[in-house]
Design a protein around this ligand. Structure first.
Ligand code: FES
Ligand code: FES
Length: 160
């Protein structure tokens, strides 16, 4: 098994790092780059806790090889705040109390961000369908759905 130098953007900053061919993105982010928001949950693509955005699209970093992100752009929740202000989805999760243990939260926030780029005012059904790959053991999902609706309102009212 060889190694390869990869270059990518992480939350807007260039990164160059030597990785093994079989090294998983989640391990590179957490263990080698100190980006701790992607969480290791199931490790088999079933919980969504490890979600990051790859060129803006949600991917599971527990199933993504680090070499696959060469030349591309990764966003994690560490990169969402702008000029010291949280992203409206982050604000809405706090305001709606959609966070308990927080383990699932970064994944939900990134998936919700992407959904609201695609659909301005999603129905509850659409939200539930879009986040179905993300599991939460604590909240029962009700406040998460409310938070995503609230974020949609913030964005459409320009309060963001
Ligand atoms: S840790 Fe990646 S989907 Fe569960
Ligand atoms: S807040 Fe604990 S798993 Fe979702």
């Amino acid at each position: 098994m060889g190694t390869r130098l990869i270059n990518f953007k992480l939350n807007g900053r260039p990164v160059s790092i030597e990785v093994k061919d079989n090294e998983l993105l989640i391990n590179v982010l957490r263990d080698r780059l100190g980006v701790l928001s992607p969480k290791y949950g199931c490790g088999i693509g079933e919980c969504g806790a490890c979600t990051v955005l790859l060129d803006g699209e949600p991917v599971l970093s527990c199933l993504t090889l680090a070499v696959e992100v060469d030349g591309r752009e990764i966003t994690t929740v560490e990169g969402l705040a702008k000029d010291g202000k949280l992203h409206p989805v982050q604000e809405a999760f706090i305001e709606e109390g959609a966070i308990q243990c927080g383990y699932c939260t970064p994944g939900f926030i990134l998936v919700a961000k992407r959904l609201l780029e695609e659909v301005k005012n999603p129905s509850e059904e659409r939200i539930r369908e879009y986040v179905r790959g993300n599991l939460c053991r604590c909240t029962g999902y009700v406040n998460i759905i409310k938070a995503i609706k609230r974020a949609a309102e913030k964005i459409s009212c320009g309060k963001a």
